[in-house]
Design a protein around this ligand. Structure first.
Ligand SMILES: NC(=O)c1ccc[n+]([C@@H]2O[C@H](COP(=O)([O-])OP(=O)(O)OC[C@H]3O[C@@H](n4cnc5c(N)ncnc54)[C@H](OP(=O)(O)O)[C@@H]3O)[C@@H](O)[C@H]2O)c1
Length: 296
């Protein structure tokens, strides 16, 4: 009994200490410097991944072969992979002093418009007979963890002027501390690009999802309608537009980092999908490009 009471009291005390230490600003000593290094290294990895993905296809969906190790349930895999985007973003917000800032609520809302769907709806609507590999889930989980840390810590803490000199380089001159940020051209243009991207992404994923009728979980068909009139992968174009919009509306290197990683992940995959469609379907429409209308 004594042991239990001591354990409970010390846990509460420790949690309280952790919360008050974290909520006043930095999560650990030298965080702005380490944050800058994480961003730089991860940006370098993003460029390498971009080049690599022209030679190695990420092993999920139609490009899955036997080399990616053990597998798990696809719905659960997607859910686990995307979950950090919600949990860590809420932590970054909850442990900050921005809980009365309208501009920061706007960022949070835009982030959640995408990720609430990606975490709680998309994984459970996938119509797929295949399993997903643990390697892909682990890689996606780790990418999301680093990315949400970079976005969340920037938006809710490290963008504060007091940390500007501790960062390795100037991440942005944007001032999010007043509502005036919401009227800037960067925010307005970025939000429009994000909204257009969101619509294209959701519409295109919806079209794909409805290609498979019950019992056809492993078959592929030629998608039609929407931007599929012009492209093989409009869902990827939409996703890229969303994060390019985010880079604009946050006007930050953190936002740019996400846009670059999205291009690195999805552009080579769109080209692989496009080649696969042309090889698989003899009657595949000649005029379709991979991801950029009339160009690529
Ligand atoms: N931000 C990022 O870096 C990032 C990275 C990856 C994905 N995403 C997003 O996550 C979502 C899913 O990505 P994904 O790579 O899985 O997209 P995808 O390859 O286009 O597949 C999406 C879903 O549609 C099915 N499908 C695709 N083409 C089909 C066809 N011709 N006939 C019937 N079913 C078809 C797929 O089944 P199969 O699985 O059986 O092929 C899968 O369930 C997209 O919105 C994408 O933008 C974002």
């Amino acid at each position: 009994m004594f042991f239990l009471r001591t354990f409970t009291c010390s846990s509460i005390y420790l949690l309280h200490r952790m919360k008050s230490a974290m909520s006043i600003g930095l999560w650990y000593p030298n965080e702005p410097l380490i944050y800058s290094i994480i961003l730089l290294v991860s940006m370098g990895i993003g460029v390498m991944v971009f080049i690599m993905l022209f030679f190695v296809k990420a092993g999920y969906g139609r490009h899955m072969d036997g080399h990616w190790g053990p597998k798990m349930n696809t719905h659960l895999g997607w859910f686990i992979m995307e979950l950090p985007t919600i949990v860590i973003m809420l932590l970054c917000f909850g442990l900050s002093d921005k809980k009365t800032s309208i501009t920061h609520y706007a960022f949070l809302m835009i982030w959640f418009i995408h990720y609430a769907h990606r975490v709680f709806i998309y994984p459970f609507r996938i119509k797929n007979g295949k399993k997903i590999t643990l390697t892909i889930v682990a890689m996606g989980f780790f990418f999301n963890l680093v990315n949400v840390y970079i976005q969340g810590r920037w938006l809710f803490t490290l963008s504060d002027a007091i940390y500007a000199d501790d960062l390795l380089f100037n991440f942005s001159n944007a001032d999010y501390t007043t509502i005036a940020w919401l009227y800037t051209p960067q925010f307005i243009i970025g939000t429009i690009i994000f909204a257009v991207g969101y619509f294209i992404n959701k519409q295109s994923d919806y079209i794909l999802r409805n290609l498979r009728k019950p019992g056809e979980e492993n078959t592929y068909k030629i998608p039609t309608g929407g931007l599929y009139r012009l492209l093989s992968c409009p869902n990827y174009l939409g996703e890229i537009l969303e994060w390019v919009g985010w880079a604009f509306l946050t006007w930050s290197i953190a936002g740019m980092y996400f846009a670059i990683w999205t291009v690195a992940n999805l552009l080579p995959r769109a080209i692989s999908h496009h080649k696969w469609y042309k090889k698989t379907f003899e009657d595949y429409p000649e005029n379709r490009k991979a991801i950029i209308p009339f160009l690529l």
